[in-house]
Design a protein around this ligand. Structure first.
Ligand code: NDP
Length: 391
Protein backbone atom coordinates (compact mmCIF):
# COMPACT_ATOMS: atom_id res chain seq x y z
CA UNK A 1 0.00 0.00 0.00
CA UNK A 2 1.49 3.37 -0.99
CA UNK A 3 1.63 6.13 1.58
CA UNK A 4 0.52 9.47 0.16
CA UNK A 5 0.17 13.02 1.52
CA UNK A 6 -1.69 15.84 -0.16
CA UNK A 7 -0.73 19.44 0.52
CA UNK A 8 -3.52 21.71 -0.67
CA UNK A 9 -6.09 18.90 -0.40
CA UNK A 10 -9.05 21.30 -0.25
CA UNK A 11 -8.25 22.94 -3.61
CA UNK A 12 -8.94 22.09 -7.20
CA UNK A 13 -5.81 19.93 -7.66
CA UNK A 14 -6.54 18.37 -4.27
CA UNK A 15 -10.01 17.40 -5.52
CA UNK A 16 -8.64 15.75 -8.66
CA UNK A 17 -5.92 13.92 -6.71
CA UNK A 18 -8.35 12.59 -4.12
CA UNK A 19 -10.75 11.57 -6.87
CA UNK A 20 -8.06 9.22 -8.23
CA UNK A 21 -7.21 7.91 -4.77
CA UNK A 22 -10.87 7.37 -3.95
CA UNK A 23 -11.13 5.06 -6.96
CA UNK A 24 -8.42 2.75 -5.56
CA UNK A 25 -8.90 2.97 -1.81
CA UNK A 26 -7.02 -0.28 -1.11
CA UNK A 27 -3.97 0.96 -2.99
CA UNK A 28 -3.23 3.97 -0.77
CA UNK A 29 -2.84 4.99 2.82
CA UNK A 30 -3.27 8.73 3.27
CA UNK A 31 -0.73 10.13 5.74
CA UNK A 32 -1.48 13.87 5.81
CA UNK A 33 -4.05 16.22 4.30
CA UNK A 34 -3.57 19.98 4.46
CA UNK A 35 -5.72 22.97 3.68
CA UNK A 36 -6.09 26.67 4.33
CA UNK A 37 -9.31 28.38 5.34
CA UNK A 38 -11.84 25.78 4.21
CA UNK A 39 -12.01 23.92 7.51
CA UNK A 40 -15.34 22.22 6.82
CA UNK A 41 -13.96 20.65 3.64
CA UNK A 42 -10.68 19.65 5.26
CA UNK A 43 -12.57 17.95 8.09
CA UNK A 44 -14.92 16.21 5.67
CA UNK A 45 -11.98 14.89 3.62
CA UNK A 46 -10.15 13.84 6.78
CA UNK A 47 -13.17 11.87 7.96
CA UNK A 48 -13.38 10.19 4.57
CA UNK A 49 -9.68 9.38 4.02
CA UNK A 50 -8.59 8.91 7.65
CA UNK A 51 -5.10 10.44 7.44
CA UNK A 52 -2.82 10.45 10.49
CA UNK A 53 -3.09 14.23 10.57
CA UNK A 54 -5.03 17.13 9.06
CA UNK A 55 -3.35 20.53 9.01
CA UNK A 56 -4.74 23.97 8.36
CA UNK A 57 -2.27 26.70 7.45
CA UNK A 58 -4.00 29.12 9.81
CA UNK A 59 -3.27 28.80 13.57
CA UNK A 60 -6.37 30.81 14.48
CA UNK A 61 -8.54 28.10 12.89
CA UNK A 62 -7.09 25.20 14.92
CA UNK A 63 -9.88 25.08 17.51
CA UNK A 64 -12.44 24.90 14.71
CA UNK A 65 -10.56 22.07 12.99
CA UNK A 66 -10.18 20.17 16.27
CA UNK A 67 -13.90 20.48 16.95
CA UNK A 68 -14.75 19.34 13.42
CA UNK A 69 -12.52 16.28 13.79
CA UNK A 70 -13.63 15.28 17.26
CA UNK A 71 -14.06 11.54 17.62
CA UNK A 72 -12.58 10.87 14.15
CA UNK A 73 -9.18 9.69 15.42
CA UNK A 74 -7.47 12.15 13.06
CA UNK A 75 -4.99 14.53 14.73
CA UNK A 76 -5.42 18.25 14.01
CA UNK A 77 -2.64 20.80 13.70
CA UNK A 78 -2.15 24.31 12.34
CA UNK A 79 0.42 26.79 11.09
CA UNK A 80 3.56 26.77 9.01
CA UNK A 81 5.55 24.60 11.47
CA UNK A 82 2.75 22.03 11.44
CA UNK A 83 2.88 21.98 7.63
CA UNK A 84 6.60 21.22 7.82
CA UNK A 85 6.00 18.50 10.39
CA UNK A 86 3.38 16.97 8.10
CA UNK A 87 6.03 16.99 5.34
CA UNK A 88 8.37 15.11 7.71
CA UNK A 89 5.93 12.21 8.02
CA UNK A 90 7.16 9.30 5.90
CA UNK A 91 5.27 9.07 2.61
CA UNK A 92 6.07 7.47 -0.75
CA UNK A 93 4.35 10.17 -2.80
CA UNK A 94 3.48 13.73 -1.90
CA UNK A 95 1.27 16.08 -3.86
CA UNK A 96 2.41 19.71 -3.62
CA UNK A 97 -0.75 21.66 -4.46
CA UNK A 98 -0.78 24.58 -2.06
CA UNK A 99 -1.28 27.75 -4.08
CA UNK A 100 1.42 30.41 -4.20
CA UNK A 101 4.86 30.78 -2.64
CA UNK A 102 3.45 29.24 0.58
CA UNK A 103 3.87 25.86 -1.14
CA UNK A 104 7.66 26.11 -1.27
CA UNK A 105 8.73 25.32 2.34
CA UNK A 106 6.70 22.09 2.76
CA UNK A 107 7.74 20.85 -0.69
CA UNK A 108 11.37 21.56 0.05
CA UNK A 109 11.09 19.78 3.39
CA UNK A 110 9.50 16.73 1.77
CA UNK A 111 12.37 16.51 -0.73
CA UNK A 112 14.85 16.27 2.14
CA UNK A 113 13.30 12.90 2.96
CA UNK A 114 14.04 11.55 -0.51
CA UNK A 115 10.37 11.23 -1.40
CA UNK A 116 8.64 11.56 -4.75
CA UNK A 117 7.15 15.02 -5.00
CA UNK A 118 4.37 15.55 -7.52
CA UNK A 119 4.73 19.28 -8.13
CA UNK A 120 1.61 21.20 -9.07
CA UNK A 121 2.84 24.26 -7.14
CA UNK A 122 4.60 25.99 -10.03
CA UNK A 123 5.52 28.93 -7.80
CA UNK A 124 8.12 26.71 -6.05
CA UNK A 125 10.10 26.34 -9.26
CA UNK A 126 9.64 29.95 -10.28
CA UNK A 127 10.86 31.25 -6.90
CA UNK A 128 13.52 28.69 -6.11
CA UNK A 129 14.15 26.35 -9.05
CA UNK A 130 17.88 25.78 -8.44
CA UNK A 131 17.31 25.20 -4.71
CA UNK A 132 14.52 22.71 -5.32
CA UNK A 133 16.47 20.71 -7.91
CA UNK A 134 19.65 20.70 -5.85
CA UNK A 135 17.76 19.56 -2.73
CA UNK A 136 16.16 16.73 -4.71
CA UNK A 137 19.52 15.70 -6.15
CA UNK A 138 21.26 15.75 -2.77
CA UNK A 139 18.60 13.64 -1.08
CA UNK A 140 17.84 11.25 -3.94
CA UNK A 141 14.29 12.59 -4.23
CA UNK A 142 12.23 12.71 -7.42
CA UNK A 143 10.23 15.69 -8.64
CA UNK A 144 7.48 14.94 -11.13
CA UNK A 145 5.78 17.85 -12.90
CA UNK A 146 2.02 18.07 -12.57
CA UNK A 147 1.29 21.24 -14.47
CA UNK A 148 -0.29 19.79 -17.62
CA UNK A 149 2.19 21.56 -19.93
CA UNK A 150 5.21 20.30 -18.00
CA UNK A 151 3.81 16.82 -17.65
CA UNK A 152 3.40 16.99 -21.45
CA UNK A 153 7.01 18.10 -22.01
CA UNK A 154 8.21 15.44 -19.55
CA UNK A 155 6.32 12.76 -21.47
CA UNK A 156 7.43 14.09 -24.86
CA UNK A 157 11.05 14.10 -23.70
CA UNK A 158 11.00 10.61 -22.21
CA UNK A 159 13.98 8.70 -23.55
CA UNK A 160 15.43 11.75 -25.36
CA UNK A 161 18.38 13.89 -24.37
CA UNK A 162 18.15 17.68 -24.41
CA UNK A 163 20.92 18.05 -27.02
CA UNK A 164 18.57 17.69 -29.97
CA UNK A 165 15.85 19.96 -28.56
CA UNK A 166 15.44 23.05 -30.73
CA UNK A 167 12.26 24.43 -29.16
CA UNK A 168 9.77 23.71 -26.46
CA UNK A 169 6.33 25.08 -27.29
CA UNK A 170 4.00 25.61 -24.38
CA UNK A 171 0.38 26.05 -25.39
CA UNK A 172 -2.01 28.51 -23.78
CA UNK A 173 -5.78 28.58 -24.02
CA UNK A 174 -5.61 32.38 -24.16
CA UNK A 175 -7.85 32.63 -21.10
CA UNK A 176 -11.14 34.40 -20.62
CA UNK A 177 -10.29 37.46 -22.72
CA UNK A 178 -8.59 35.93 -25.72
CA UNK A 179 -11.25 37.30 -28.08
CA UNK A 180 -11.75 40.68 -26.38
CA UNK A 181 -10.60 43.84 -28.12
CA UNK A 182 -7.46 45.15 -26.41
CA UNK A 183 -9.08 48.42 -25.36
CA UNK A 184 -11.74 46.58 -23.33
CA UNK A 185 -9.24 44.71 -21.15
CA UNK A 186 -8.83 47.54 -18.64
CA UNK A 187 -12.54 47.24 -17.84
CA UNK A 188 -12.49 43.47 -17.21
CA UNK A 189 -14.28 42.61 -13.96
CA UNK A 190 -13.32 40.03 -11.35
CA UNK A 191 -16.26 37.80 -12.29
CA UNK A 192 -15.29 37.91 -15.97
CA UNK A 193 -11.64 37.12 -15.20
CA UNK A 194 -12.66 34.24 -12.92
CA UNK A 195 -14.28 32.12 -15.60
CA UNK A 196 -12.10 29.90 -17.79
CA UNK A 197 -13.21 28.79 -21.25
CA UNK A 198 -11.65 25.28 -21.03
CA UNK A 199 -10.30 24.32 -17.61
CA UNK A 200 -12.03 24.02 -14.26
CA UNK A 201 -9.47 25.41 -11.78
CA UNK A 202 -9.13 27.48 -8.62
CA UNK A 203 -9.98 31.21 -8.85
CA UNK A 204 -6.43 32.56 -8.62
CA UNK A 205 -4.98 30.42 -11.40
CA UNK A 206 -8.07 31.12 -13.53
CA UNK A 207 -7.44 34.88 -13.29
CA UNK A 208 -3.75 34.22 -13.96
CA UNK A 209 -4.82 32.41 -17.13
CA UNK A 210 -6.79 35.43 -18.30
CA UNK A 211 -3.79 37.72 -17.74
CA UNK A 212 -1.35 35.01 -18.92
CA UNK A 213 0.61 35.38 -15.71
CA UNK A 214 -0.05 31.66 -15.41
CA UNK A 215 1.68 31.07 -18.76
CA UNK A 216 4.47 33.41 -17.71
CA UNK A 217 5.03 31.27 -14.61
CA UNK A 218 4.99 28.18 -16.81
CA UNK A 219 7.63 29.53 -19.19
CA UNK A 220 9.92 30.17 -16.22
CA UNK A 221 9.01 26.76 -14.78
CA UNK A 222 10.03 25.14 -18.10
CA UNK A 223 13.43 26.80 -18.00
CA UNK A 224 13.99 25.86 -14.36
CA UNK A 225 12.72 22.29 -14.40
CA UNK A 226 14.10 21.06 -17.71
CA UNK A 227 17.17 23.31 -17.90
CA UNK A 228 16.18 24.58 -21.36
CA UNK A 229 17.60 27.89 -22.59
CA UNK A 230 15.02 30.74 -22.48
CA UNK A 231 15.36 31.46 -26.21
CA UNK A 232 14.22 27.90 -26.98
CA UNK A 233 10.98 28.26 -25.01
CA UNK A 234 7.88 29.63 -26.75
CA UNK A 235 4.22 30.11 -25.95
CA UNK A 236 1.49 29.76 -28.54
CA UNK A 237 -2.23 30.31 -28.08
CA UNK A 238 -4.17 27.13 -28.78
CA UNK A 239 -7.81 27.83 -27.85
CA UNK A 240 -8.93 24.17 -27.76
CA UNK A 241 -6.37 23.18 -25.04
CA UNK A 242 -5.95 19.73 -26.61
CA UNK A 243 -2.21 19.91 -27.24
CA UNK A 244 -0.57 20.72 -23.91
CA UNK A 245 3.01 21.16 -25.13
CA UNK A 246 5.31 20.23 -28.01
CA UNK A 247 9.00 19.44 -28.18
CA UNK A 248 10.67 20.25 -31.51
CA UNK A 249 13.90 18.37 -32.30
CA UNK A 250 16.80 19.31 -34.56
CA UNK A 251 15.75 16.74 -37.19
CA UNK A 252 12.54 18.71 -37.77
CA UNK A 253 10.35 16.23 -35.88
CA UNK A 254 7.95 17.54 -33.25
CA UNK A 255 6.54 15.44 -30.42
CA UNK A 256 3.24 16.75 -29.08
CA UNK A 257 1.27 15.62 -26.07
CA UNK A 258 -2.50 15.65 -26.56
CA UNK A 259 -5.33 14.97 -24.19
CA UNK A 260 -8.65 16.26 -22.92
CA UNK A 261 -8.27 19.27 -20.63
CA UNK A 262 -8.55 17.32 -17.37
CA UNK A 263 -5.90 17.61 -14.65
CA UNK A 264 -6.48 13.99 -13.65
CA UNK A 265 -4.30 12.99 -16.59
CA UNK A 266 -1.17 14.83 -15.41
CA UNK A 267 -1.87 13.94 -11.76
CA UNK A 268 -2.49 10.28 -12.60
CA UNK A 269 0.63 10.15 -14.74
CA UNK A 270 2.67 11.43 -11.78
CA UNK A 271 0.88 9.09 -9.38
CA UNK A 272 1.62 5.96 -11.40
CA UNK A 273 4.93 7.00 -12.95
CA UNK A 274 6.98 5.27 -14.32
CA UNK A 275 4.02 3.09 -15.29
CA UNK A 276 0.95 4.14 -17.22
CA UNK A 277 -2.35 2.99 -15.81
CA UNK A 278 -5.91 3.51 -17.01
CA UNK A 279 -7.31 6.91 -16.01
CA UNK A 280 -10.92 8.11 -15.92
CA UNK A 281 -10.39 10.88 -18.46
CA UNK A 282 -12.25 11.54 -21.70
CA UNK A 283 -10.77 9.89 -24.80
CA UNK A 284 -10.25 12.23 -27.73
CA UNK A 285 -12.31 11.79 -30.87
CA UNK A 286 -10.43 13.59 -33.67
CA UNK A 287 -13.32 13.48 -36.09
CA UNK A 288 -15.50 15.25 -33.52
CA UNK A 289 -12.73 17.73 -32.81
CA UNK A 290 -12.42 18.49 -36.51
CA UNK A 291 -9.55 20.91 -36.28
CA UNK A 292 -7.03 22.44 -33.90
CA UNK A 293 -6.12 26.09 -34.15
CA UNK A 294 -3.20 28.28 -33.10
CA UNK A 295 -2.58 32.03 -32.70
CA UNK A 296 0.45 34.03 -31.69
CA UNK A 297 0.80 34.79 -27.98
CA UNK A 298 0.96 38.55 -28.43
CA UNK A 299 3.01 40.40 -25.80
CA UNK A 300 0.90 43.56 -26.19
CA UNK A 301 -2.20 41.66 -25.15
CA UNK A 302 -0.24 39.61 -22.61
CA UNK A 303 2.60 41.76 -21.17
CA UNK A 304 3.19 39.07 -18.52
CA UNK A 305 4.95 37.05 -21.25
CA UNK A 306 7.46 39.83 -21.87
CA UNK A 307 8.12 40.02 -18.13
CA UNK A 308 8.64 36.24 -18.02
CA UNK A 309 11.24 36.50 -20.75
CA UNK A 310 13.12 39.15 -18.76
CA UNK A 311 12.94 37.02 -15.62
CA UNK A 312 14.20 33.92 -17.45
CA UNK A 313 17.15 35.86 -18.84
CA UNK A 314 18.02 37.39 -15.47
CA UNK A 315 17.55 34.17 -13.44
CA UNK A 316 18.51 34.04 -9.74
CA UNK A 317 16.11 35.83 -7.41
CA UNK A 318 14.18 37.57 -10.19
CA UNK A 319 11.71 34.65 -10.22
CA UNK A 320 10.89 35.14 -6.52
CA UNK A 321 10.42 38.89 -7.06
CA UNK A 322 8.21 38.25 -10.09
CA UNK A 323 6.05 35.76 -8.25
CA UNK A 324 5.74 37.81 -5.04
CA UNK A 325 4.76 40.92 -6.99
CA UNK A 326 2.35 38.91 -9.13
CA UNK A 327 0.65 37.37 -6.09
CA UNK A 328 0.23 40.78 -4.49
CA UNK A 329 -1.01 42.39 -7.71
CA UNK A 330 -3.55 39.59 -7.96
CA UNK A 331 -4.65 40.22 -4.34
CA UNK A 332 -5.15 43.88 -5.22
CA UNK A 333 -7.14 43.04 -8.35
CA UNK A 334 -9.35 40.58 -6.44
CA UNK A 335 -9.93 43.24 -3.76
CA UNK A 336 -10.94 45.74 -6.45
CA UNK A 337 -8.00 48.06 -5.75
CA UNK A 338 -6.46 47.92 -9.24
CA UNK A 339 -7.70 47.22 -12.73
CA UNK A 340 -7.03 43.99 -14.61
CA UNK A 341 -4.38 45.57 -16.85
CA UNK A 342 -2.65 47.26 -13.90
CA UNK A 343 -1.46 43.90 -12.56
CA UNK A 344 1.28 43.70 -15.22
CA UNK A 345 2.19 47.36 -14.68
CA UNK A 346 2.59 46.71 -10.97
CA UNK A 347 4.78 43.63 -11.45
CA UNK A 348 6.92 45.45 -14.00
CA UNK A 349 7.38 48.35 -11.61
CA UNK A 350 8.39 46.05 -8.71
CA UNK A 351 10.93 44.17 -10.85
CA UNK A 352 12.45 47.42 -12.03
CA UNK A 353 12.68 48.84 -8.49
CA UNK A 354 14.15 45.71 -6.93
CA UNK A 355 16.65 45.05 -9.71
CA UNK A 356 17.70 48.72 -9.61
CA UNK A 357 18.23 48.68 -5.84
CA UNK A 358 20.45 45.59 -5.95
CA UNK A 359 17.92 43.61 -3.86
CA UNK A 360 18.02 40.67 -6.29
CA UNK A 361 21.77 40.11 -6.24
CA UNK A 362 21.91 37.23 -3.70
CA UNK A 363 21.92 33.46 -4.20
CA UNK A 364 18.77 31.32 -4.33
CA UNK A 365 18.50 30.12 -0.71
CA UNK A 366 15.23 29.71 1.19
CA UNK A 367 16.07 32.73 3.37
CA UNK A 368 16.83 34.92 0.34
CA UNK A 369 13.71 33.78 -1.49
CA UNK A 370 11.62 34.64 1.58
CA UNK A 371 13.29 38.05 1.87
CA UNK A 372 12.73 38.88 -1.80
CA UNK A 373 9.16 37.57 -1.72
CA UNK A 374 8.47 39.87 1.23
CA UNK A 375 10.02 43.00 -0.28
CA UNK A 376 8.34 42.34 -3.63
CA UNK A 377 4.97 42.34 -1.85
CA UNK A 378 5.86 45.45 0.14
CA UNK A 379 7.05 47.24 -2.99
CA UNK A 380 3.81 46.33 -4.76
CA UNK A 381 1.84 47.74 -1.81
CA UNK A 382 3.94 50.90 -1.83
CA UNK A 383 3.33 51.34 -5.57
CA UNK A 384 -0.39 51.04 -4.90
CA UNK A 385 -0.29 53.62 -2.09
CA UNK A 386 1.69 56.03 -4.23
CA UNK A 387 -0.43 55.34 -7.28
CA UNK A 388 2.72 54.65 -9.31
CA UNK A 389 2.04 51.08 -10.42
CA UNK A 390 0.80 52.13 -13.82
CA UNK A 391 3.43 54.80 -14.56
P1 NDP B 1 -6.86 26.28 -5.21
O1 NDP B 1 -6.96 27.71 -4.89
O2 NDP B 1 -8.05 25.57 -5.72
O3 NDP B 1 -6.36 25.48 -3.90
C1 NDP B 1 -5.25 25.93 -3.18
C2 NDP B 1 -4.98 25.04 -1.98
O4 NDP B 1 -3.97 25.69 -1.17
C3 NDP B 1 -6.19 24.88 -1.08
O5 NDP B 1 -6.08 23.65 -0.41
C4 NDP B 1 -6.02 26.05 -0.09
O6 NDP B 1 -6.73 25.86 1.11
C5 NDP B 1 -4.53 25.97 0.14
N1 NDP B 1 -3.95 27.22 0.61
C6 NDP B 1 -4.29 28.48 0.23
N2 NDP B 1 -3.49 29.38 0.84
C7 NDP B 1 -2.62 28.67 1.61
C8 NDP B 1 -1.56 29.04 2.49
N3 NDP B 1 -1.20 30.32 2.69
N4 NDP B 1 -0.87 28.05 3.11
C9 NDP B 1 -1.22 26.76 2.93
N5 NDP B 1 -2.23 26.34 2.12
C10 NDP B 1 -2.93 27.30 1.46
O7 NDP B 1 -5.61 26.12 -6.18
P2 NDP B 1 -5.41 25.06 -7.32
O8 NDP B 1 -5.70 23.67 -6.82
O9 NDP B 1 -6.04 25.54 -8.56
O10 NDP B 1 -3.83 25.18 -7.56
C11 NDP B 1 -2.89 24.64 -6.66
C12 NDP B 1 -1.51 24.75 -7.27
O11 NDP B 1 -1.47 23.96 -8.44
C13 NDP B 1 -1.12 26.17 -7.71
O12 NDP B 1 0.24 26.35 -7.54
C14 NDP B 1 -1.49 26.19 -9.19
O13 NDP B 1 -0.71 27.11 -9.92
C15 NDP B 1 -1.12 24.76 -9.58
N6 NDP B 1 -1.85 24.24 -10.73
C16 NDP B 1 -3.21 24.18 -10.71
C17 NDP B 1 -3.91 23.69 -11.80
C18 NDP B 1 -5.40 23.53 -11.77
O14 NDP B 1 -5.94 22.96 -12.70
N7 NDP B 1 -6.10 23.97 -10.75
C19 NDP B 1 -3.21 23.28 -13.02
C20 NDP B 1 -1.78 23.32 -12.90
C21 NDP B 1 -1.12 23.81 -11.80
P3 NDP B 1 -8.24 26.42 1.32
O15 NDP B 1 -8.96 26.26 0.03
O16 NDP B 1 -8.74 25.52 2.42
O17 NDP B 1 -8.08 27.85 1.73
Amino acid sequence: MRRVSIFGATGSIGDSTLDLIRRDRDGYRVVALTGGGNIAKLARLAREFRPEIAVTAYPERLAELRAALEGSGVAAAAGSEALLEAADRPADWIMSAIIGAAGLPPGLRALRHGTTLALANKESLVCAGPLLLETARRHGATILPVDSEHSAVFQALAGEGLDSVERVIITASGGAFRDWPLERLAEATLAEASSHPNWDMGQRITIDSASMFNKALELIETKEFFGIAPEKIEAVVHPESIIHAMVAHSDGGILAHLGAPDMRHAIGYALHWPERRPLPVERLDFVKLGSLSFRPACETRYPALRLAREVMQAGGLHGAAFNGAKERALDHFIAGRIRFTEMADMVSRVLEDLAGSGALAGGVTLEEVRRVDQIARETADAALRLGTAAQ
